[in-house]
Design a protein around this ligand. Structure first.
Ligand code: HEC
Length: 208
């Protein structure tokens, strides 16, 4: 008798729960299915920066077109000046002026000068190797280093002249860069003999 009452009670409970769910659940489902997707807010672009009043609209051409090896040749022909500007003729036939620090040194210290992504000479030719047999015991990091040459016995020692005593085409540097074309080490055979065209110096006697 007791179990029967219990069974009835449980069934009643189940029925109440089922009805409750039915009443509450069904409309919610229907509602959820038809909820409209709210429209996205219209996309807006950040405002265009307005040019500064008075800003130059056309950039003046900067530098003279030249091949790296030709620029070094002009610097050697001028007597390898340290601070004074030297002149060279650019690929447009203009007479231009450059300086060692701004225009020649970067050809040894920067990448991508001799062919695309070429290693800087100073990756191998730096002060760490002066006084050793490795990498020709040569640093190309500074003016003094370049003039001190290769196979130096120490930081204060003069080595073999790589600049041909002022005669570019007789120089070890010319031989390795332009004739043998094997520096920077690992240079592909089809890389241009004089390096990649660069912009260097400024035209002489033209309005700046
Ligand atoms: C990956 C390392 C490496 C890079 C980068 C490199 N060199 Fe060298 N270079 C060497 C080694 C090693 C030697 C010594 C062996 C030889 O003569 O081939 C050498 C030798 C030389 C010599 C000959 C010196 C002599 O008296 O015989 C010159 C000149 C030279 N390098 C110039 C350059 C220049 C200029 C660059 C950059 C355009 C450059 N090297 C980049 C490794 C390198």
């Amino acid at each position: 008798m007791r179990t029967r009452i219990l069974v009835w009670l449980m069934m009643a409970l189940v029925a109440v729960v089922a009805v409750g769910c039915g009443i509450q659940g069904a409309p919610n489902f229907a509602q959820a299915e038809h909820t409209p997707i709210p429209p996205l807010p219209p996309a807006t672009l950040p405002p265009e920066p307005t040019p500064e009043p008075g800003a130059a609209t056309v950039a003046a051409p900067v530098g003279c077109r030249v091949y790296p090896a030709d620029l070094i040749a002009a610097w050697v022909a001028a007597g390898t000046p340290k601070d004074e500007p030297f002149t060279f003729t650019d690929l447009d036939g203009r007479t231009c002026q450059a300086t060692f620090e701004a225009d020649v040194l970067p050809l040894f210290t920067e990448m991508g000068v001799w062919y695309e992504n070429s290693v800087p000479c100073t990756a191998c030719h730096n002060a760490n190797f002066v006084g050793t047999e490795a990498n020709a015991g040569m640093s190309l990091e500074t003016y003094e280093d370049i003039l001190a040459g290769s196979y130096r016995s120490g930081p204060d020692a003069q080595g073999n002249d790589i600049l041909g005593g002022g005669n570019w085409e007789q120089s070890i540097l010319y031989d390795r860069l332009v004739v043998k074309k094997d520096m920077p080490l690992g240079r592909p055979a089809d890389a241009p003999a004089k390096g990649l065209e660069i912009l260097a110096g400024t035209p002489v006697g033209e309005e700046q």
